[in-house]
Design a protein around this ligand. Structure first.
Ligand SMILES: [Zn+2]
Length: 161
């Protein structure tokens, strides 16, 4: 995955939200050039509890062939809720979290390490959607041992049964 910070969010007539960016990303594995391969849908629940469907680009590395999903920093990797919702809940800034108590508890325990990292690197004051950036750093340096992250597609199949 590659996380982008500078982008425009475009609500399209087909119901998808597309992300337009001028950021030039390179492969996080080998530093190679990334080209657009295709796109895939990604559901995210916002602060109002409404499910939005993003159409995210998938980028292929020209050198090592690894596939990366281009994720805007308003989406937290492997999480169903927006960065805004999770950040507000774990820093206890709002009372109207759309997620249930169990989910909220899991976020707080899961992101405890990320919270320490965010404080250490001053993510709170220096950038919005700090949690996506912090998460990416944690992933890159394997700083966190966490339970297996379930891809969103699996959750959707589970819920539709
Ligand atoms: Zn590569």
């Amino acid at each position: 995955m590659v996380v982008i910070k500078s982008y425009d969010r475009i609500e399209c007539a087909d119901g998808f939200i597309r992300v337009k960016t001028n950021e030039k990303c390179c492969c996080s594995v080998c530093g190679g050039f990334l080209y657009v391969r295709d796109s895939k849908p990604r559901k995210v629940i916002n602060q109002a509890g409404i499910t939005e469907i993003y159409c995210l680009r998938r980028l292929r590395c020209q050198r090592c062939r690894k596939l990366h999903t281009e994720i805007p920093d308003c989406i937290v990797p492997y999480k169903h809720y927006t960065a805004e919702v999770i950040e507000a809940e774990i820093s206890q800034k709002r009372e109207d979290c759309p997620a249930d108590n169990n989910t909220s508890w899991r976020w707080k325990s899961f992101f405890a390490s990320i919270l320490i990292l965010a404080h250490k690197h001053n993510f709170f004051s220096s950038q919005s959607h700090w949690i996506s950036k912090a998460y990416q750093i944690v992933e890159k340096f394997k700083l966190l041992t966490h339970p297996v992250c379930v891809p969103f597609e699996s959750i959707r199949c589970y819920n539709s049964e």
